[in-house]
Design a protein around this ligand. Structure first.
Ligand code: HEC
Length: 149
């Protein structure tokens, strides 16, 4: 072996040793980078419920209840399909005489409301507004009939 070859071999060996060391050394994080990693993998938003102590930077809590929908809203979304044209014999919106007849047949407003909630004749239960509360049904009836609860 010539001297040059010997030196090359030595260099290659040392290089190899270094790379083995570099790969074998476990990755160690110091305190600062541990904190950084923890911050980066933390969830983006945390849920803050009403009444709970929350992080100081939470501005407003989202209210889950938005109150009853108006009679107009319910009517336009669910009742208009039948009660605007009188489909299937439904009493029409603002047809006072038709509503008076329905009211006296039912007895009083609460019975009328009960019929609308349970369904009557060709009128499906809750007029297809399955998530309507009794109050919202009442609002819708008041809106289309002019009758007062
Ligand atoms: C699929 C058609 C249809 C839809 C949608 C509908 N109705 Fe009716 N509704 C009728 C028909 C038909 C009648 C008449 C039923 C009868 O007297 O036989 C009626 C009757 C009523 C009555 C009178 C009940 C009584 O005691 O005579 C009320 C109150 C009423 N509807 C409320 C509503 C409300 C509120 C909605 C919307 C949330 C609604 N309806 C949606 C068809 C419908």
């Amino acid at each position: 072996m010539s001297r040059v070859t010997q030196i090359r071999t030595l260099i290659a060996l040392i290089g190899g040793l270094f790379s083995i060391l570099a790969f074998a050394k476990p990755v160690e994080l110091d305190e600062i980078s541990r904190k950084e990693v923890a911050e980066r993998i933390a969830p983006i938003g945390s849920v803050c419920k009403e009444g709970e102590e929350c992080a100081a930077n939470v501005g407003a809590t989202v209210s889950t209840t938005s109150g009853p929908r108006s009679g107009e809203q319910i009517f336009n979304q669910f009742c208009t399909a039948c009660h605007t044209s009188g489909l299937l014999g439904a009493p029409k919106k603002d047809d006072k005489a038709a509503w008076e007849t329905k009211l006296s047949a039912a007895g009083d407003f609460s019975k009328l409301l009960g019929n609308a909630i349970g369904g009557i004749g060709s009128m499906p239960p809750k007029g297809t507004c399955m998530d309507c509360s009794d109050e919202e049904m009442s609002n819708a009836i008041e809106f289309m009939s002019g009758l007062k609860p």
